[in-house]
Design a protein around this ligand. Sequence first.
Ligand SMILES: [Zn+2]
Length: 59
Amino acid sequence: MTAATIVKCPECGGDVELGAGVMVAEIVDCGICSSGLEVVSVDPLILALAPDAEEDWGE
Ligand SMILES: [Zn+2]
């Protein structure tokens, strides 16, 4: 089975399609809300919001 897998976006709840070769730590974009999502597990497939690259690290 090499069909794409549908995972729920943790941000908007929309369907995010992942290819069969997806790997942990891969960053994908939600096609609905455009959030950056990090693959934190592949079995089962779990997505989490990726760290915001534009976040201010200072302070
Ligand atoms: Zn989304």
